[in-house]
Design a protein around this ligand. Structure first.
Ligand SMILES: [Zn+2]
Length: 122
């Protein structure tokens, strides 16, 4: 099964909607009017340990969101230049079902598994 022009259109809409939602979330989390990440400013203050823990969690979430925006932007760029749906690692077509479930997926399932094995994080 390969992607029809209608599928591609639907996927682009899904990517744009997801991008807007994540950006919105990022702005709320960081409370920075420029939409930039604001880093915790009291790192190292021992009496603010609990607050720092909280902010560290928030920050980790914000960084994940920022990473998702990058993945979405990369997918939109691939849509524009006609490379969408091709694995960025091996160049083979990514399974359509995988893309419909995960429109920003840059890799086929096999390459993603290899990527996660080599870039394993705790
Ligand atoms: Zn691949």
């Amino acid at each position: 099964m390969s992607l029809s022009p209608q599928d591609l259109q639907r996927l682009e809409q899904a990517l744009l909607r997801r991008r807007a939602a994540v950006l919105d979330e990022l702005r709320r989390e960081t409370r920075d009017e420029d939409g930039l990440l604001s880093l915790p400013s009291h790192r190292g203050e021992s009496d603010r340990g609990v607050d720092f823990e909280m902010e560290a969690v928030d920050l980790a979430q914000s960084l994940r969101d920022a990473g998702e925006i990058q993945a979405i932007d990369a997918a939109l760029a691939r849509l524009r230049d006609g490379r969408y749906g091709l694995c960025t690692d091996c160049g083979e077509a990514i399974d359509a079902q995988r893309l419909l479930a995960q429109p920003a997926a840059p890799r086929c399932a096999a390459c993603q598994q290899r990527f996660e094995r080599t870039h394993a994080s705790a």
